[in-house]
Design a protein around this ligand. Structure first.
Ligand code: DX5
Ligand code: ZN
Length: 215
């Protein structure tokens, strides 16, 4: 199985964001993972639709937009218009997850649900048929460079079983590096986010290659 690698531009050089996106594209990434934070749902603030729009022309790879914002539902149209291909909302945000997913689908985009480390996989039970992606947080969201929470491995396996043969990307986000990627994939993930692990060196092809080689 080929594992999809989605570098998180949270760890990129924001002053050269367009070039950084182009560089990870040329280094062979599968998705561009875009961490949107509002300083309310998570204790950190990043960027919103105008910046996503600015970097859209630097790559044709899918924009995997991870919304760590609450509310999210009222902004979905703006993120779709800015160039998102996959829009992931948190199960813990807003009050009406099913409606958020319907809105994303109605905008013609793929939809995902993310679960914080303390949220059980049962939160997916009644929406799983609508999903294109499940994003399991293996750190508490808000910052790059945190340590992988091994407590999430069990959850990944259970979600893999729940998903069955549905065509859902099971992506893991947080603390994924060449030392942890194998455990995540062995548990059932087919996609990973990697922020600091990719951007720590200057040669992104080498850092993405190191992740693939660790499998
Ligand atoms: C955390 C973000 C992650 C983060 C991952 O809130 O959702 O995408 O950038 O960074 P690393 O790979 O450094 O843990
Ligand atoms: Zn993320």
């Amino acid at each position: 199985m080929t594992v999809k690698i989605a570098p998180s531009i949270l760890s990129a050089d924001f002053a050269r964001l367009g070039e950084e996106v182009k560089a990870i594209d040329e280094a062979g990434c599968d998705y561009i993972h875009i961490d949107v934070m509002d300083g309310h749902f998570v204790p950190n603030l990043t960027f919103g639709p105008p910046i996503i729009k600015c970097i859209r022309s630097w790559t044709d790879k899918p924009f995997d937009v991870h919304l760590m914002i609450d509310p999210a539902q009222v902004y979905l149209e703006e993120y779709a218009a800015a160039g998102a291909d996959i829009i992931t909302v948190h199960a813990e945000a807003d009050k009406h997850l099913d409606r958020s997913l319907q809105v994303i689908k109605g905008l013609g985009k793929k939809c995902g649900v993310s679960l914080n480390p303390s949220t059980p996989e049962s939160a997916l039970e009644y929406v799983i048929d609508q999903l294109d992606m499940v994003l399991v947080m293996s750190v508490n969201p808000g910052f790059g460079g945190q340590s992988f929470l091994t407590s999430q491995l069990d959850k990944i396996s259970r979600i893999k079983a729940m998903a069955g043969d549905r065509p859902i990307d099971l992506m893991v986000d947080g603390g994924v590096n060449s030392g942890t990627i194998k455990s995540v994939v062995d548990a059932g993930a087919n996609a990973v986010v990697a922020g600091s692990a990719v951007f720590k060196g200057d040669d992104y092809k080498a850092t993405i290659g190191a992740l693939r080689n660790a499998l």
